[in-house]
Design a binder for this molecule. Sequence first.
Ligand code: SF4
Length: 342
Amino acid sequence: MHRVFSGIQPSGELHIGNYLGAVRNWVALQADHDCIFSIVDLHAITQSYDPKELAPRTFEMAVGLLAAGIDPDRAALFVQSHVPEHTELAWALGSVTPLGELERMTQFKDKSAREETVPAGLLNYPILQAADILLYQADRVPVGEDQLQHLELAREIARRWNARFGTELFPEPQPLLSKARRIVGLDGKAKMSKSLGNTVGILDPPEVIWEKLRPAMTDPARKTRRDPGTPELCNIYALHQLLSKPAEIEHVAVQCRTAGWGCLECKRLLADNMIAALAPIRERAEDLKAHPGRVHEALAAGAAKCRGIAAETMAKVRDIMGFAPAAPAGAGSHRGGRAQDG
Ligand code: SF4
């Protein structure tokens, strides 16, 4: 069975971009893969953040993931910082990662251009991503198009480390591309992102979903109800393709091309389908929030499983890289006794 690793930042509540672009696929993968999913709080600190919000956002993300269908009996769900081997392996992998490779990462260039002072963590981010995957020797990684470059670097780091130390410990992870590769926000411009305010939260109540969808960007050619449109140029149609039934998707395309209905009718159908898809998730999330112990238990079980795998991998890594083994417990007190004798 292939082992899958994937991570998500603790940005608080999941939004439909996260859900349709990644998490719905994770839920499906649990059925026939050995899945490890992480809330990657160590990645989150590479950009400015409020320490007071980190833990609550991590909890909220865990609630969202469990409510969306991540099943702790079938997949390990854990918080990245609860398994310290992630940072230890990242340091070890940094010893074979060329600086130039890190500097040419598109995300690094984009994010560092927005920072006055660029933290080294931002540059090293892809090394930690490689460590996240290789620590569990995961051979499949569900990724969006924007993460393909980082995954390619993780493969390169695995190759270089294996070659440098004459081993095949790390498999080269392969991408698992989902159908929904990039979910565009309601502004119709950028990728859906909480920081851009162009999202629908998966726990938003029905009236809020409609309030957000109603003014959402559509095909600009549809200036009036009589103007025909091109569904392929409209983000509402893209969302229909992920949430509506095949016959409805076909109907949307025909009505759009023939100006058979207005965009509001089209959005109303989408809102109804979105509300129906999210209703059971909201219900489960409310239940989990009322019983936070269940969330903490799931995260603790996931971390315990991952610590076991991580400890085994790091023991091999330390041995292969030639680190001196730690002295057995009690060795120091024995030596101390001899010194006293002398
Ligand atoms: S009818 Fe639907 S698919 Fe066509 S432009 Fe309007 S919202 Fe988009």
